[in-house]
Design a protein around this ligand. Structure first.
Ligand code: ADP
Ligand SMILES: O=C(O)[C@@H](O)C(=O)COP(=O)(O)O
Length: 421
């Protein structure tokens, strides 16, 4: 194994796994801390998907360290800590604490923090993260149900999460290329900085950064940071690149979409799917809470729909509605109630014959895949940047697309099925 990765949510893990596979690495995704049952040595890259983005920092640290130990025991040469391209986190954690713990684990004196993903509109300039044309704190991420991002300056955001000194490798240095980046990292480390936000505006920047960090034991960032990594191993003669998967075998059966993301991209995809005539049912947290809506009733509705068309079950809602529900139920409690219900619905749908399932939302995917008990995923072809089809490698015969809340074109829920063989 060349690269081992610890991802803080499921959709983030598939995003990174897709990037590594696109670079020619035979890549597998494992759900939760790997144990002896997982044969990891057969792959160039292994991505461990945790659900650690919003749990208490101490728990996130202990799960991440356990995952890193399993990956290093299986021989991985470089560790990636993957978090969201919009740096989703609270001031208490978890990016800073997990990075500190993984630095201790790998003996890294310095590491980089680079969530840039230009293809999906995430760029960093002078430490400020942009989502499309907007600074992070003015983007829809300011209203995320669990991790509202209200500061665009990542040096500041990360510094609030760690006692380690945070620095910046600014764009004028990055623009000069790998050698300049490497020199700047060494100088920053000498001055006592341990975590370096690295500016990146284009994929070219990410490739130069990738070349510069070839020898770092730990790197942290979004999936974009992996763009240049496969080439490092190929240049060193350690990787014979494999062609990325062009198709994936899907079992016959019904198709369904479960959407628990309230991100703008998902809301547009839900609207587009409904306008295109997909049978759709809305989940209302307040109705779940007081029993007016039940999982059983949702599954009964699903059973009545035409089996030839994908069905859509969604809780996605506008920021004002989410705020209203949270003010009554509590932020975490509303999230957990919806996740638990969507997980039970996902499970019920699969038991009723769904074999092709899209789940929208990172936390939601964690809940649904956890309920299904799927432990390993094969990575298939890209549907849209950052989102592949995947296939369960154990237990159930099932293909899954775990869609990051903010990724995918408006017609994602309609066109995704065409990528299946
Ligand atoms: N209508 C709603 N009201 C309140 N919370 C919701 C609603 N719908 C979903 N949620 C919660 O919001 C969170 C969305 O997070 P996630 O699934 O990670 O989506 P994303 O990928 O967009 O971040 C989940 O915890 C989910 O249960
Ligand atoms: O880096 C990204 O933006 C994604 O890979 C990611 O982490 C997705 O998280 P969610 O937005 O919670 O789905």
């Amino acid at each position: 194994m060349l690269i081992g990765a610890v991802a803080d949510d499921l959709t983030g893990a598939t995003d990174l796994a897709l990037m590594l596979a696109a670079g020619g690495m035979r890549t597998i995704q494992v759900m939760g801390v790997p144990d002896d049952a997982h044969r990891l040595e057969d792959f160039d890259a292994v991505v461990v998907a945790l659900k650690s983005r919003t749990i208490p920092a101490a728990e996130a640290v202990s799960l991440s360290v356990a995952a890193a130990r399993a990956l290093r025991a299986a021989g991985c040469r470089q560790l990636i800590f993957k978090y969201c391209s919009t740096f989703d986190s609270t001031d208490e954690g978890n990016i800073g604490p997990v990075t500190d713990a993984l630095m201790a684990e790998t003996g890294a004196a310095v590491t980089i923090a680079c969530p840039a993903f230009p293809t999906n509109g995430r760029t960093i300039y002078m430490g400020h993260l942009f989502v499309g044309q907007q600074p992070l704190a003015e983007s829809p991420m300011r209203d995320h149900p669990l991790t509202p991002m209200r500061d665009s300056n990542l040096v500041r955001v990360l510094q609030r999460q760690t006692a380690s000194k945070v620095g910046l490798i600014p764009f004028p240095v990055v623009h000069q290329g790998a050698a300049a980046i490497r020199t700047a990292i060494a100088a920053a480390a000498r001055s006592g900085e341990r975590m370096l936000i690295v500016d990146a505006i284009t994929d070219r920047d990410l490739r130069e950064i990738g070349t510069a960090v070839a020898d770092m034991p730990l790197i942290t960032g979004g999936s974009g940071i992996a763009i240049g990594l496969a080439d490092n191993f190929a240049r060193a003669g350690l990787l014979a690149p494999s062609p990325p998967p062009r198709t994936i075998k899907a079992p016959p059966g019904r198709a369904a979409i479960v959407a628990g993301s309230c991100s703008q991209a998902t809301r547009t995809q839900v609207k587009t799917a409904i306008e295109a005539g997909l049978p759709a049912l809305r989940i209302e947290p307040q109705a779940l809470a007081d029993g007016r809506q039940t999982v059983e009733a949702v599954l009964d509705w699903a059973a009545e729909q035409d089996p030839l068309h994908p069905i859509l079950v969604y809780s996605s809602d506008e920021p004002e509605a989410v705020r209203d529900v949270q003010s009554v139920l509590g932020r975490a409690q509303a999230g957990e109630l919806v996740e638990r219900s969507l997980a039970a619905i996902g499970m019920g749908l699969v038991e009723a014959g769904v074999t092709r399932l899209i789940v929208a939302g990172g936390e939601t995917s964690g809940a649904v895949v956890g309920a299904l008990g799927v432990a390993m995923l094969e990575i298939g072809p890209e549907i849209d940047p950052g989102v592949p089809w995947t296939r369960a490698l154990d237990g159930r015969d099932l293909v899954l697309a775990l869609k990051s809340g903010n990724f995918g074109a408006p017609d994602f829920f309609i066109k995704a099925w065409d990528r299946l063989a």
